[in-house]
Write a protein that binds this ligand. Structure first.
Ligand SMILES: Nc1nc2c(ncn2[C@@H]2O[C@H](COP(=O)(O)OP(=O)(O)O)[C@@H](O)[C@H]2O)c(=O)[nH]1
Ligand SMILES: [Mg+2]
Length: 399
């Protein structure tokens, strides 16, 4: 029979732990297709929670105790507990569970049923129909919990999960092994562990289910959740989200495009000055220092853009050395295509709508006319074309 372990991290829970264990035992004994045990991870609580557990162990053979010398935070306790549950007790699934009985133990069979259905990670959720938070919570606490969870979904732009901060979950070994390398750092030792764990699991593509439950306020002991909680989680969310956004191809494309355009302008202003001394000796009629400088500056920007696109924006489709000459030619043609689009657009819009002043830009005191609007439109369409040409032609995904 496969094994599941309910992990309960404890710190000063001597008053609460007995009730939690006694409530869990009949539930886990009622499960017939899993062998369910309990693992208490205590950080040598000053109130001697572990002594209470040791006494209960004499009565319940399925009760395990892992005693840490130091208090290192909730995340650290869970990581140690999971390592022990999966690798020493040979569990296939672990539960996260609070000592204070905020988590209704009778939901455990329902969570396991979802694992049996093939889900990798199952959350007991307060924010789906059938679930809820305590009626008697003060307005500010309700607000914090509801708005906090909504804010997380907005920041991460992920609405597939409703309860991000809950601490009642069933986790399979495959999820644990997959997220472990990213969660071993100091940063996840505290309460950031919960959001970090879930977010990493979702990013790795695991199937997540939610089962509703009513969160009950703790009746004994007190919450260890401090003011650090909001700050640490917010910092984590903003950092990973910024990283995710920077990893989006379209953003890299825009950064490389903008950087190349800047380079082009800088090169142009340097080169036109550099070429001026030869003004009279070299230039035949229409080739002026400015036009030559423009040409070289454009090509410099195109080369830079090509190299950065290959190394960064399309790093996952990096070109082979032998492909580079042909692809570089394609890249130049694509860029020329974008310029052509802009020229054609400028020509036709002027013919169709004419150049008329629209309004005066405040502060800068600059008149904005239809020409500028058409130019901006042209740049946007040109960028769209470039992105299309790069991703579908130059760096086409190989089948
Ligand atoms: N081992 C260990 N357990 C902790 C630590 N911090 C909190 N816990 C336990 O984690 C669970 C959740 O903490 P709790 O104070 O109930 O947080 P809340 O439910 O969010 O108010 C409880 O069982 C705590 O005893 C810690 O640093 N080490
Ligand atoms: Mg609690």
């Amino acid at each position: 029979m496969p094994k599941a372990i309910v992990i309960i991290p404890t710190y000063n829970e001597a008053l609460a732990i007995t009730a939690a264990i006694e409530a869990l035992i009949p539930v886990i004994e009622s499960v017939h297709n899993w062998q369910v045990g309990i693992l208490i991870v205590d950080d040598t609580s000053p109130d001697k929670t572990y002594e209470v557990v040791e006494k209960l162990q004499k009565k319940h053979s399925q009760l395990h105790l892992l005693l840490n010398q130091n208090k290192a935070g909730l995340g650290a306790a869970y990581l140690k507990g999971m390592d022990y549950a999966f690798n020493t007790l040979h569990a296939e699934v672990v539960f996260e569970f609070d000592a204070d009985l905020s988590h209704d133990p009778t939901k455990i069979p329902g969570l396991l049923a979802k694992i049996d259905e093939g889900y990798d990670l199952v959350l007991a959720s307060r924010y789906i129909p059938g679930g809820g938070i305590p009626e008697n919570w003060g307005l500010h606490r309700k607000f914090l919990s509801v708005v906090g969870n909504l804010a997380i979904r907005v920041i991460l732009a992920n609405f597939s999960v409703s309860d991000w901060t809950g601490g009642y979950r069933a986790i399979t070994k495959r999820v644990y092994e997959s997220v472990l390398p990213e969660l071993s750092s100091e940063r996840f030792s505290g309460y950031t562990f919960q959001i970090g764990f879930l977010h990493t699991a979702i990013r790795h593509g695991f199937k997540v289910a939610e089962v509703p439950f009513y969160f009950k306020d703790r009746t004994v002991g007190k919450s260890k959740l401090g003011p650090e909680y909001i700050k640490n989680n917010l910092l984590y969310l903003l950092r990973v989200r910024a990283q995710e956004i920077m990893n989006m191809r379209i953003v890299k494309f825009a950064v490389v495009g903008g950087g190349s355009a800047m380079l082009q302008l800088v090169a142009l202003s340097i080169l036109r000055v550099l070429f001026t001394p030869w003004q009279d000796s070299l230039w035949l009629g229409f080739i002026t220092p400015f036009s030559l400088a423009t040409f070289i500056a454009i090509e410099l920007a195109v080369i830079t853009n090509f190299i950065l696109s290959n190394l960064w924006t399309f790093a996952d489709r990096k070109l082979k050395v032998g492909e580079i000459p042909g692809k570089f030619l394609q890249f130049n043609l694509a860029s020329a295509g974008s310029i052509l689009i802009q020229l054609v657009l400028a020509f036709t819009t002027e013919k169709l709508f004419g150049l008329r002043p629209l309004f005066v830009l405040p502060v800068l005191n600059k008149v904005i006319d239809t020409g500028i609007v058409f130019a901006v439109l042209g740049i946007l369409i040109g960028m769209f074309w470039n992105f299309f040409a790069y991703s579908r032609i130059v760096w086409r995904k190989k089948a």
